[in-house]
Write a protein that binds this ligand. Structure first.
Ligand code: ME8
Length: 526
């Protein structure tokens, strides 16, 4: 069971505002991986959720004249509906204000306290509420502001509890750098792993893990006057959602279920995020787990950060893109495909409406959309809408397409969405070129006997390509599948193909009647 399971997570997003394309980017990527894994026979747990404590949320609630919880409740609905609209199929959605999470935070902090990894001291320094982190003078810009949030950080001096992060420096270096280490964590991309190692080698300070002045948080189990630092609270979501920590009624069937769930799902196979929060995930989180004696996650991948039209996304600039705006312009499926394929996942990049529209028109309207519509319309025209049989001497087109697509599984494992899209488009181009070269319209005029087999091969290769696109564009692929006269759902076919090599011909059969799906990817004006 354990070897076949796949537990992946997105960050839990701050609810100081509704989700934007940055949040959608990570969540769509996670959903594609999750769907791909399910189609490949894995038992998947895909977790996302919201980070609801801390000064940032408290301030945002105050500005809206709401209690923090009422404010969070409203924004959380915005996240839930954004994910529903983007066809995100997460297994669970964790909120840090839930009882199950509070129980897990309190349990983990109690364990750290009992084991002597927590001590009391005075914290003196700067704190950026935007980052929700302690920041040093050297991190500030010329005007004394946090360069990311353009705010002056507040001075803090309070009695806090500290976590002995420094005790884990060498262990973390070994765990991240040594592939043979029994607790090895794969941190990717490699350049970011090297940055983390470089920073780790410079030394580690202990970190403050509580706040006395902030009541909007989870009380420490050993000192209820203090609340847990929002990052310590947030990271624990990855275990609270799968059953860590006892809820009241420890001998209830629910409690037994939680223990069973935790043993089933933890450790996580993959934590996904952007590079902004890699330090927290690859250093602070593993150190907390090491201290508590809990297993470590297996892989952490930090994708790039993107700008919009060359600028940081910000409400002040007015360039924030919301998922619903993308859906309105491109539709759900194309939005999913476009966001993750515009530039390499591990790199920083720039997004613009024009670049998205260009990619939509090139990849989807002109290339893939054209392939679907021409194969269907020619089948209609030359074979009265019935799929003609293949012959033994069928062209080797399927083999050539399959060879290109054989690169896809490796690219999925490496989270190279850009490359996956590229291989798929290459396969589409190959079939389009074959059609141009064969010129079926001429074959029809000449009553060429090979026309049926040729047409069958276009339909089969298009069907094969469609199977690889299911995780990206689930509902359009289903429509395409139905238009090819297949009865079984496309996800069933993809599962059969990926797990047992059942060929698309089993589903897209000769003799079946095709249907007209209408225009799937209408061209869009810039
Ligand atoms: O950091 N480019 O939440 P957050 C790419 N609550 N990805 C982006 C992006 C951009 N311009 N903007 C946002 C937090 N993201 C914490 C996390 S986890 C225990 C706690 C995505 O709302 C990306 O995944 O600021 C990034 O890591 C995350 O949103 C930050 O979300």
């Amino acid at each position: 069971m354990k070897s076949n399971r796949f537990y992946l997570t997105t960050p839990i997003y701050y609810v100081n505002d509704y989700p934007h394309i940055g949040h959608a980017y990570t969540t769509i990527a996670a959903d594609i991986l999750s769907r791909w894994s399910r189609l490949n026979g894995k038992n998947v747990f895909f977790l996302t959720g919201t980070d609801e404590h801390g000064a940032k949320i408290c301030d945002a609630a105050q500005k809206n004249n709401q209690t923090p919880l009422a404010f969070c409740d409203g924004i959380v609905e915005g996240f839930r509906s954004a994910w529903k609209n983007l066809a995100i199929e997460n297994t669970d959605f964790i909120r840090t204000t839930e009882k199950r999470h509070e129980a897990a935070v309190q349990k983990l902090l109690s364990v750290l306290h009992e084991k002597g990894f927590i001590y009391n001291n005075t914290y003196k320094g700067l704190y950026c509420v935007g980052c929700e982190k302690f920041i040093s003078e050297t991190d500030l810009d010329d005007t004394g502001c946090c360069p990311d949030h353009r705010q002056k950080p507040a001075h803090h001096e309070e009695e806090n509890y500290f976590f002995k992060l420094s005790a884990f420096q060498q262990q973390l270096i070994d765990i991240i750098s040594d592939e043979k280490h029994p607790q090895h964590i794969v941190v990717l991309p490699r350049e970011r792993r090297n940055e983390i190692l470089g920073k780790l080698k410079q030394g580690l300070d202990d970190i403050s893990i509580s706040r006395i002045a902030l009541t909007w948080g989870i009380p420490l189990p050993f000192d209820a006057k203090q609340t847990a630092y929002v990052w310590v609270d947030a990271l624990i979501n990855y275990i609270s959602a799968v059953g860590y920590g006892e809820l009241p009624g420890a001998d209830s069937p629910d409690a037994a279920q939680r223990i069973n769930d935790f043993n089933t799902w933890w450790p996580a196979d993959l934590h996904l995020m952007a590079k902004d929060i890699l330090w927290f995930h690859s250093v602070i989180w593993p150190a907390m787990l090491l201290a508590a004696g809990v297993a470590l996650p297996k892989k952490i991948f930090a994708h790039g950060f993107f700008t919009i039209d060359g600028n940081k996304m910000s409400k002040t600039i007015g360039n924030v893109i919301r998922p619903d705006q993308l859906i309105e312009k491109f539709g759900v499926d194309a939005t999913r495909y476009l966001t993750v394929s515009l530039f390499p996942f591990g790199s920083d990049g720039d997004i613009s409406w024009d670049a998205l529209t260009d990619k939509y028109n090139v990849d989807l309207a002109n290339n893939f959309g054209n392939l679907i519509s021409r194969t269907l319309s020619m089948t209609q025209k030359y074979f009265s809408g019935t799929i003609p049989p293949a012959t033994d001497s069928a062209p080797d087109l399927i083999d050539r397409v399959a060879k290109i697509l054989a690169d896809v599984p490796g690219a999925v494992d490496a989270l190279e969405f850009h490359k996956i899209a590229d291989r798929i488009q290459c396969a589409v181009t190959l079939v389009n070129q074959q059609i141009e070269q064969d010129a079926p319209w001429k074959m029809a005029k000449e009553a060429n006997q090979r026309l049926g087999a040729a047409m069958n091969s276009y339909l089969q290769t298009t069907a094969l390509i469609t199977l690889y696109l299911v995780p990206f564009m689930p509902s359009i692929c289903q429509k395409i599948w139905e238009s090819f006269g297949a009865v079984e759902p496309v996800a069933t076919a993809a599962h059969a193909y990926f797990t047992a090599s059942v060929p698309p011909t089993t589903f897209v059969r000769s003799g079946a009647g095709i249907l007209n799906p209408g225009i799937l990817f209408p061209r869009i004006q810039k």
